[in-house]
Design a protein around this ligand. Structure first.
Ligand code: PLP
Length: 377
């Protein structure tokens, strides 16, 4: 084998159906990570399958300077679903690119360069987005990255207010930190971020790459605080497994974005996948389901794990369990002994980001498995 970068797990995945993945030996796994929130509708969803095959037969690819119905429909879908007055969409291929564009657009529209980001935040791994990511392990080997980035403690409105000034181009923040350990921000913090950026003429960027697409109980996590950013980025679940990201902007950003482009921006097949994904999530009220099942999951985890873990927290189907002695051991036992695939978030948190279609019965299975794994320690 010649791949590198990823250290592979000893489970070969062959196929998937809904919330279930199958190993090449026929073993069934409950996919409670949805491969980092990338399949909100579950594996092999019919609406996405049909949209993609139909579009593939008609036209696989045309560059974005030619209008195409699938792409136009996605632009409209996203504009309709985004909180007003966000109405303009830039399409790309990943979360880091969506944030890279957001940072460029904010610098161009404000004429400033300083970016304020949060400790424990994660925004991707290209040079610009990486500079706004907190963890030094991800950054050190590649420095120097872009300059003029200041970090403030997450969820601390006063520190944020101190850092934002008239040289600031943008504040970038996740409404719930994912990689950083499943940390929800208070509505008060997000409102303060809105106030101080507005006063300073800076752009407020919400990174909803992980929290978006209904995961937290509303289509966009920011809806719950009533705060509308200037730029909202999303990716991960947007194409239900197909690579697509989006940078959604208010007009003052879109009208002054500078010069930016990408060859594959909103290809027809990818746009068809994303259009079908967003439509299905909205039409089947999967955010509502995510909110209900997520609340049920947190309640059950709290009941069953109680004092044996340090914390159970999250928002909707973005749930973290802070275990006592390192998450990796728990994750390995969940996978190998219980057929439950989950994710880490840092060293101590077991993270669940299941398909939004997950049922209470499946959640019960996971809670029982967690109780056994945690009880074993
Ligand atoms: C995963 C993630 C990214 C990066 O997305 P990629 O598609 O891996 O580039 C950025 N921000 C957040 C909040 C993420 O969870």
């Amino acid at each position: 084998m010649s791949g590198f970068v990823f250290s592979e797990k000893p489970i070969q995945i062959e196929s998937g159906d809904g919330t279930v993945l199958y190993g090449d030996d026929g073993t069934e796994y409950l996919d409670m990570g949805a491969s980092y929130a990338c399949v909100p509708l579950g594996h092999g969803h019919e609406a996405v399958h049909d949209a993609v095959t139909e579009q593939f037969e008609k036209l696989t690819y045309v560059q974005a300077s030619y209008p195409n119905a699938a792409r136009t429909a996605l632009y409209e879908r996203l504009a309709d679903s985004a909180p007003d007055p966000i109405g303009k969409t830039w399409l790309c291929n990943s979360g880091t690119e969506a944030n890279e564009a957001a940072l460029k657009f904010a610098r161009s529209a404000t004429g400033n360069s300083k970016i304020v980001a949060t400790m424990k935040g994660f925004h991707g791994r290209t040079m610009g987005a990486l500079a706004t990511t907190w963890k030094s392990k991800y950054k050190k080997p590649y420095e120097p990255l872009i300059g003029d980035v200041e970090f403030v403690p997450y969820d601390d409105g006063d520190e944020l207010a101190d850092a934002v000034d008239d040289e600031t181009a943008a504040v970038i923040v996740e409404p719930v930190q994912g990689e950083g350990g499943i940390n929800p921000a208070s509505a008060e913090f997000l409102r303060r971020a809105r106030e101080v950026t507005e006063e300073a003429g800076a752009a407020l960027i919400f990174d909803e790459v992980q929290t978006g697409m209904g995961r937290t109980g509303t289509l966009w996590a920011c809806e719950q605080s009533g705060v509308t950013p200037d730029i909202l980025t999303t990716a991960k679940g947007l194409g239900n497994g197909f690579p697509v990201g989006a940078t959604l902007c208010r007009d003052w950003i879109a009208d002054n974005y500078g010069s930016h482009a990408s060859t594959f921006s909103g290809g027809p097949v990818i746009s068809a996948a994303a259009g079908a994904t967003v439509s299905t999530i909205v039409e089947e009220d999967l955010p509502g389901h995510a909110g209900d099942v997520g609340a049920y999951m947190q309640e059950r985890l709290d009941e069953e794990l109680g004092d044996e873990v340090r914390d159970v927290r999250g928002e909707g189907l973005m749930v973290g369990v802070e275990v006592g002695r390192g998450a990796n051991r728990a994750l390995k036992q969940l996978a190998l002994n219980h057929g439950v695939l989950a994710l880490p978030a840092g060293r101590t948190v077991v993270r669940f980001l299941p398909p939004l279609t997950v049922s209470e019965e499946e959640v019960d299975r996971v809670v029982d498995a967690m109780a056994e794994v945690v009880g074993d320690e």
